[in-house]
Ligand binder design. Sequence first.
Ligand SMILES: NC(=O)c1ccc[n+]([C@@H]2O[C@H](COP(=O)([O-])OP(=O)(O)OC[C@H]3O[C@@H](n4cnc5c(N)ncnc54)[C@H](OP(=O)(O)O)[C@@H]3O)[C@@H](O)[C@H]2O)c1
Length: 346
Amino acid sequence: MEYRRLGHTDIKVSAICLGTMTFGEQNTEDDAHTQLDYAVEAGVNFIDTAEMYPVPPKGDTYGRTEEYIGSWLRSRGHRSRIILASKVAGSARDLSYLRHGQVRLDRVNIEAALDGSLKRLRTDYIDLYQLHWPDRKTNFFGQLGYQHDPADDPVPIEETLQVLGDLVRAGKVRHIGLSNETPWGAMRFLQAAKELNLPRPVTVQNPYSLLNRSFEIGMAEIAHREGLGLMAYSPLGFGVLSGKYLGGKQPAAARLTLYTRFQRYRGRRGQLATEAYVSLARSQGLDPAQMALAYVAARPFVTSVIIGATTLEQLASNIKSLDLGLSPIVSSGIEEIHQENPNPCP
Ligand SMILES: NC(=O)c1ccc[n+]([C@@H]2O[C@H](COP(=O)([O-])OP(=O)(O)OC[C@H]3O[C@@H](n4cnc5c(N)ncnc54)[C@H](OP(=O)(O)O)[C@@H]3O)[C@@H](O)[C@H]2O)c1
């Protein structure tokens, strides 16, 4: 396993982070524990979760993923070996079951969310506490164009940071991170942290894959210049980049077969790009999913690739992708496809 520095901290995290949002929905508690054991055995020390998981989010499963991780931490006694990342939900549109539907990144919400997460995770601290998505209205979750809403009245970034600063001082949180952020938001957080002597975000968790390299446009420079490493989520575009949905296939028990509402990686341009990436991988004797993950891991602004798996076979293969070096033929083939059809699934 390869380890990389978490922002400006002295913490080393594995270049593969275990994503957990299937735990409690597609994966049982036993599956979750088996995956966690396997990943740790393979050298993974970085685990990503969120108060809101599993996905798709629902009132009756809210918090279940953290509970499964908590029961694993309790039974294995691994807490000090793990860099545990969780998230507080951002301003919520459709989480009516959560905090009376009044979800904001303010003191009342963040403190309640963190206390709930600590309880479920059966720990007294979280290594990396992330803001799952911004409080303000902006473009994330697949929206490319920014549309300004003059009536938007977000919680000020300074206020959110102040609360996080208090939680760091209280020892409940070691470091903070952003997620689904834009360049404007990332820079505003960094600037406010500096001016107010408050904790500086160490990571940003945004989508990044062969089907969505929009991070390179405005965020990659920030990642490099400000030491705000990317935790790349959905590196396989929900599994699409494995090629298993090509030709109209609907594999049993697979995410996009089960949940038809997930359309982000399903458009026509996405399908064309996927065909091209899959055929490039196969022409070079590579597994398409491993090629896609190896590509993400090799980007210099990436701290860790957050992989997701619903079977142990997927997990083993995905972790092994780190051993794959991409040849000049593969690398230039990827660039050609990207130039031809850039960011088909933002
Ligand atoms: N911050 C955010 O807003 C946000 C958003 C999304 C995700 N995340 C984080 O990122 C993690 C990973 O995201 P993701 O699950 O969307 O990642 P992904 O890599 O795009 O998709 C993972 C899914 O693809 C399928 N798959 C995985 N490996 C495969 C393989 N080798 N061959 C074929 N199919 C394979 C599996 O689903 P099936 O078996 O069902 O096909 C698996 O659950 C999440 O668990 C979460 O921690 C964060």
